[in-house]
Design a protein around this ligand. Sequence first.
Ligand SMILES: [Mg+2]
Length: 432
Amino acid sequence: MIRLVLFDIDGTLIRTGGAGIRAFGRTADQIFGKPGGTDALRFHGRTDTSLIREFLRTNGIADAPWNVRHFLDAYVFLLDAELRRHPGELCPGVRELIAALRALPEPPLLGLLTGNVRLGAALKLVAHRLGEEFVLGAFGDDHEDRNQLAVIARDRASRRLGRRLAGEEIVVIGDTAADIACAHHIGAHCVAVATGGESLADLLARSPSVAVDSLEQISAGWVARGGAQSENATQWENLYQIGDTRWDKGEPAPGLVDFLSRTSDAVRGRVLVPGCGRGHDARAWAAAGHTVVGVDLAPSAVTAARSLASPSAALTFEQWDFLRPDNGLTEFDWVFEHTLFCAISPSQRDAYVEAIHQCLRPGGQFLALHYLQPRDESGPPFSVTVAEIERRFSAGFELLQHWVPPSFPGREQRERMFLWRRRPGAIRKLRS
Ligand SMILES: [Mg+2]
């Protein structure tokens, strides 16, 4: 469970359009008589203090505490002036994510982890009405090494909570390699967001828990569960981001289309499609008149699914871990799965069966389109046999029928559809 979420400011919460950089330049010029003296500095991900000391050293000025202080005193006034002229903009999804985090049943502490000095950070936040959102932080005047700022932020939050926070209870959200590195330094999760200029590919290369185009792709529940929740989420997200989605045929599974056409007189109900990917099957259910929720681990899949669907209350997509016992998905009339079971490692399959059972109302139906994989290979897809499917599901479900469906080319005779009805009662009792 995440107890602390630390936000970087520039490029993550706010894009100031270079107000800080201009204020640095004006300070160098007006206070130190060095026009252009900060032009060679690389600002991304740096702390203000380290930038000032580099400016001093490269301009032949004593790298002394009083010169750093002198610079900062002028800088914050000039920054204020710059922000009044050009406040810049909030990054997409910021206000919504913060509001959603605060609305969680057990909201984590929200803090700042920024290279800005404390006053500079306050000026930027106030300019965008974010000044009240954060209860603690670590700043560029606490330390010039960002990794140490992560330690300081963690320790401040620990004191506030009255116990030592573990790295796995912390998420760092930032837009640069330096943010990812400082998260790694304290063993925290890291959400890297490509709103600050660094590309997704560059961010991914630094191994964050996950990298996203914008914070719009991240739900509060997801952050509160550890950024990526699991290695699994990261792996799937990465496949979407590098475009390696070979399982996605761009249309609903022929077996599902066939089933829906044959059961067009069935009672319409609520349908859950776990592992929905880009939502092709979910859209087919919605087109058949059902109310559909598609969920997927990968934020990029959910973003794509939403963009491919016409806006409708009857078809929604959420970024969610279907396998979590507290996933909050219950009382569905139908669950449909398509090549999800084969992607779940055998060690997680008990959890998978229980999740299906939990999501359905008693008497609800589970329609599964399984990809059979008789050999035991390191997946995904992992080994799937008819015998295993029947063994795993029969405790909690009554098998109504199974058949060989029409398939995508290349998958003929490798697929099998099963229609189950959920038995009443808890699955553990049914099994024993
Ligand atoms: Mg930044």
